[in-house]
Design a protein around this ligand. Structure first.
Ligand SMILES: Cc1cc2nc3c(=O)[nH]c(=O)nc-3n(C[C@H](O)[C@H](O)[C@H](O)COP(=O)(O)OP(=O)(O)OC[C@H]3O[C@@H](n4cnc5c(N)ncnc54)[C@H](O)[C@@H]3O)c2cc1C
Length: 567
């Protein structure tokens, strides 16, 4: 089924909901003119619709495989990757100082979402490379920057991130990979990493692994971890890929989805690595990559939701069943209409949140203002968790819209659900994101949260004149969220926060979604107002139950024993 990029939604959200004009008004992003923005959206859409979307099915049917130690990618993936690389999409937000285009992350977010809709398995590779470029830009020495970043921006080389080990998943501090100084400024890296995405391929000249490892004097836990650049092929004196490094892909995982993306077990056997950032400062350096990747993974959820929605809509407008009035197709049934409307309204809300997040990142960079930095940090776990939850939920509803055909692989509806499922797990599970939100991101006493809520209430006040019912509902939801945020901030026992972290994060996203839909109703046409009404009247009320859950604390939850659960 052809994919049609939602260019008008991006443009509308940027113009009327998330305040892209603030970014374009800064000196830093003076290049982001309306003409440039429009050209980027339409050129990105063309690539995704014409080149990448036709590859999605092939990636599912012909998984990446390991042949004599070399990873072979699905048919067409090399061409697809090449289109992304030569189109200049990888380095579009890398700074000009290192050879990037220096364009806003907001624009990169729209492109990453479109690529994810078209072919999620390919998208993961440039996404990781983008994160690596940012980590190197901020933490690497001048020599490493000069050597690696231009090749990563051009896509000739791709980047990976190596955190996970069998005993060190969410608890990265438990990692055992070792780094030993070689005495010549390089380090010998030894250990095993698992689940490494795009650890090898048959289309880039080199693969650049950013690997977390512990130096001999590294203390246990996260404070003793350092970060290393460990290339597959060691660059020679001219910077060309030279001698093979002592690392290998041991095996590829058999996954429930995302088959086109190779997920590898990696062995480092004294491989040569170069330190990135300070000794024992690896977690801080890797966090730069992970924060970038968290917003990128959010776009994976939203992108797949969009693809699944378009797929289901096409089916619903064709399938005839039951006594349906009008067209006689299942879209005329109220329950099918409900499913499609919820898919569309949630995809739109999640897209708006990722773009709000990206705007905050851009404004933080352009102005250096602490308030924007705090907002970007606050919104990142919400974007990641809500964007990917919506991806999974919309894809599952898409299967339901198809009826039995949703369960049959040929329709492609199931692929969306299988492919996107991992997005709630990697880059920090959504549970870990929610814990980050209620602990670290409320460490400011809730200041970043309260500022956002003030803006939501101001938006609702302004909308009262034209949309009184919708405005009141959004205003009330922000008030309830404020009360629960105050309750959470007052909990010194973090377990009381953690017990309700996931429902709190979702409630926050629900309210942000209400804010975005209300702004769309106020500034948009009748169609946008109808979707906003659906969301605010039928989906926003979910926040009431979620907030009640969030305020229950940990006692009765933890009182349910393991034996109770097994009884
Ligand atoms: C397809 C795929 C691709 C991946 N790509 C990469 C990659 O490129 N690079 C890389 O380094 N890793 C990658 N990963 C690994 C991924 O990031 C981890 O799987 C993830 O961090 C979770 O770790 P885990 O699997 O060990 O689960 P665990 O950490 O064992 O978690 C199991 C459950 O316990 C919960 N949990 C764990 N600790 C806590 C806690 N303290 N409090 C509350 N709940 C907790 C989790 O939320 C989860 O629900 C990939 C994984 C997959 C499946």
């Amino acid at each position: 089924m052809p994919y049609r990029a939602p260019v008008s939604d991006f443009q509308f959200l940027m113009d009327h909901v998330v305040g892209f004009d603030q970014i374009a008004a800064t000196d830093h992003f003076a290049d982001a003119t309306p003409d440039m923005t429009q050209a980027i959206l339409s050129e990105g859409a063309r690539m995704c619709e014409e080149i990448l979307a036709p590859l999605n099915r092939a990636g599912d049917l012909h998984p990446a495989r390991l042949e004599n130690g070399v990873v072979r990618t699905p048919p067409g993936f090399a061409e697809g990757y090449n289109a992304i690389a030569t189109g200049g999409w990888i380095g579009m937000s890398a700074s000009k100082a290192v050879g990037g285009l220096g364009l806003p992350m907001t624009l990169t977010t729209t492109i990453n979402e479109m690529i994810a809709s078209a072919c999620l398995a390919i998208q993961l590779s440039p996404l990781l490379t983008q994160g690596q470029i940012e980590a190197l830009e901020h933490h690497a020495s001048g020599t490493i920057k000069e050597l690696y970043i231009p090749k990563l921006i051009s896509g000739e080389w791709n980047g990976t991130m190596n955190l996970t080990e069998p005993q060190a998943g969410s608890d990265v501090g438990a990692l055992r990979t070792k780094a030993k100084p070689n005495g010549d400024g390089t380090y010998a890296i030894t250990g095993q990493k698992i689940y490494i995405s795009w650890a090898d391929n048959d289309f880039t000249e080199n693969v650049c692994h950013l690997v977390l490892a512990r130096l001999p004097d590294g203390v246990p836990g996260t404070k003793g971890i350092s970060l290393f650049m460990v290339p597959k092929l060691i660059p020679d004196d001219d910077g060309n890929p030279g001698k093979k490094n002592d690392l290998r892909v041991v095996s590829l995982e058999h996954k429930m989805g995302l088959h086109g993306s190779p997920t590898a077990v990696m062995e480092y056997a004294g491989a040569t690595g170069w330190l990135v950032g300070e000794e024992h400062g690896g977690i801080a350096a890797m966090f730069t990559m992970m924060n970038n990747a968290r917003l990128g993974v959010a776009t994976q959820g939203v992108g797949v939701a969009e693809g699944a929605l378009q797929h289901a809509l096409t089916y619903a407008m064709d399938r005839k069943q039951g006594k349906a009035p009008g067209t006689g197709t299942i879209i005329e049934h109220a329950d099918v209409r409900r499913m499609l409307a919820s898919m569309k309204a949630d995809t739109y809300a999640a897209r708006a949140i990722t773009l709000m997040n990206a705007v905050a990142i851009d404004m933080a960079l352009a102005t250096g203002a602490a308030g924007w930095q705090a907002r970007a940090a606050f919104l990142t776990p919400i974007s990641k968790a809500f964007g990917t939850d919506v991806g999974c939920e919309v894809a599952a509803t898409g299967i339901q819209v198809h009826g039995g055909m949703g369960f049959i692989e040929e329709t492609g509806a199931a692929q969306y659900a299988r492919d996107v499922r991992v997005s709630t797990i990697y880059e920090g599970t959504n549970g870990i994101q929610a814990m980050d939100l209620v602990a670290r991101k409320l460490m400011d006493g809730g200041e970043a949260a309260f500022r956002l809520l003030e803006e939501i209430e101001q938006g609702a006040e302004a909308a009262r004149a034209t949309h009184p019912d919708l405005a009141e509902a959004v205003w009330q939801s922000a008030e309830s969220l404020r009360e629960t945020t105050e309750w959470l901030v007052a909990q010194d026992d973090l377990n009381n926060r953690f017990a309700g972290a996931v429902p709190y994060l979702r409630a926050f996203a629900r309210v942000l979604g209400g804010h975005a839909h209300l702004a769309s109703a106020v500034n948009g046409n009748a169609s946008r107002a109808r979707l906003a009404t659906f969301y605010i009247k039928r989906m926003l009320p979910e926040h009431v139950g979620l907030l009640a859950h969030a305020r229950e604390g940990a006692d009765d939850l933890m009182a349910i024993s393991a034996d109770d659960l097994a009884a």
